[in-house]
Design a protein around this ligand. Structure first.
Ligand code: PMP
Length: 439
């Protein structure tokens, strides 16, 4: 194995220059560009287990995990074999296949959904679920929480004034005001705000959508009982409760966040979206839920939704194999790695005197560079020391550990992180914490 400690990423720099000439910002998804931390993104040539190798031959312990999908680590032999075999049988037919049925059965068996439709990205899943909720209820309003990300569909790219129930204003140019005018944005974990909006507009609300446990503003878990409260509030007003488990699904438990709250408390969302893990590193996602709600979807019902590559044979083979391999021992290892790494990050930052806060939801965790002792919503997540994180990030990268290049992201571990991988992270942390202290 290559020794940790990178050589100059000259080839990555060269590729980034070429990329900028042909692709906006040089990347195909913005956070990859290192805008929040500075420097050159590493162009990865291959990956195996928990390790990435870049085009200059540098090796990194990976704590991005493709932003969630790589539950079993990279190039898991059985997942690769399933995808390779599927590709050899043809890569797309535009007809139904056995693997789609088996993947849908596996999702239905593990989660509260009764019927599920496969799509190709998390964005597509939530976009379709919102349309279905509106079509089913005949209502237009959608309630979401500030700081929750559901993909880049117009209706949910809305931001709002802090701390208030606000009608969404477009969060980006290119989204017409009309697209977010029916979106209400509330502060997360705020029961009073939810109650007020439902009291005033409850009979106009098609659905309330939430990340099942937010991971896109850093990890901000739901207060105990919060998701059940949302489900019950929606039920009382005839609105649908849409739980976005694109990030948490099949990761924080064998089903997802619902396995940690709804299954224990005895409630289920009306609709749930999935992505990431269920594609095994390929483009596959899904939305599903109550049979009577899903029944209004085309072709049986009037709400239209479709996709050329939906249920793609290679993606479903990789996803199905991933889910079948994700047994109790996988979740036990994820928990073990997450608790070891997060505790060590806390210890190192505390020893270096860096204000910080580690928050968890099961094996998902993130480190806030803040002096708050709790973050419960987007306002709380916002005031972080970005320059301390940038220094920390680069010191880790120099020691062969690839963290997410933004302070607002969750650190993703995999079941393939070995004790040696974890040790390399632990060894890198004290110096990185010193770098953060000096920033
Ligand atoms: N919902 C959540 C909770 C997500 O974390 C993401 C992606 N980070 C999405 C939806 C969108 O998924 P995709 O990037 O596959 O479109």
């Amino acid at each position: 194995a290559a020794a940790p400690g990178p050589v100059d990423p000259a080839t990555s720099r060269e590729l980034m220059d070429r990329a900028r000439a042909v692709t906006p910002g040089g990347v195909n998804s913005p956070v990859r560009a290192f805008h929040a931390v500075g420097g050159t993104p590493r162009f990865i040539e291959r990956a195996s287990g928990a390790r990435l190798t870049d085009v200059d031959g540098n090796e990194y312990v990976d704590l991005i995990g493709s932003w969630g999908p790589m539950l079993l680590g990279h190039a898991h032999p059985e997942v690769v074999a399933a995808a390779t075999a599927a590709a050899g049988r043809g890569t797309s037919y535009g007809t139904p296949t056995r693997t789609e049925v088996e993947l849908a059965e596996e999702i239905v068996a593990r989660t509260p959904v009764e019927r599920v439709r496969l799509v190709s990205s998390g964005t597509e899943a939530t976009m379709s679920a919102v349309r279905l909720a509106r079509g089913f209820t005949g209502r237009e309003l959608v309630v979401k929480f500030a700081g929750c990300y559901h993909g880049h569909l117009d209706a949910l790219l809305a931001s709002a004034g802090s701390g208030l129930a606000t009608f969404g204003v477009p969060g980006t140019p290119g989204v017409p005001e009309a697209a977010t005018a029916a979106t209400i944005v509330l502060p997360y974990n705020d029961r009073a705000a939810v109650e007020k909006v439902f009291a005033e507009r409850g009979d106009e609300i098609a659905c309330l959508v939430t990340e099942a446990s937010p991971g896109n503003m850093g990890v901000v878990p739901p207060a105990p009982g919060f998701n059940g409260f949302l489900a019950e509030t929606c039920r009382r007003h005839g609105a649908l409760f849409l739980s976005d488990e694109v990030m948490t699904g099949f990761r924080v438990s064998r089903s997802g966040q619902w396995g940690l709250d709804g299954a224990v408390e005895g409630w289920a969302p009306d609709l749930t979206t999935f992505g990431k893990v269920m594609g095994g590193g390929f483009p596959a996602a899904a939305f599903g839920g109550r049979a009577d709600v899903m029944a209004v979807l085309s072709p049986d019902g009037p709400v239209y939704q479709a996709g050329t590559l939906s249920g793609n044979p290679v993606a479903t083979a990789a996803g199905l194999t991933t889910l079948r391999l994700a047994d109790a021992s996988v979740y036990a290892r994820l928990d073990e790695v997450a608790s070891t790494v997060s505790a060590a990050a806390h210890d190192a930052l505390a020893s270096a005197g860096v204000p910080h806060l580690v928050q968890h939801d099961s094996n998902m965790f993130s480190v806030f560079f803040t002096d708050r002792d709790e973050v419960v919503d987007f306002d709380g997540a916002s005031g972080q020391d970005i320059s301390a994180y940038a220094a920390f990030f680069h010191a880790m990268l120099d020691r062969g550990v690839h963290l997410p290049p933004s302070a607002f992201e969750c650190w993703f571990v995999s079941a393939a992180h070995t004790d040696a991988d974890v040790q390399q992270v632990l060894d890198a942390l004290p110096a990185a914490a010193q770098a953060a202290a000096a920033a």
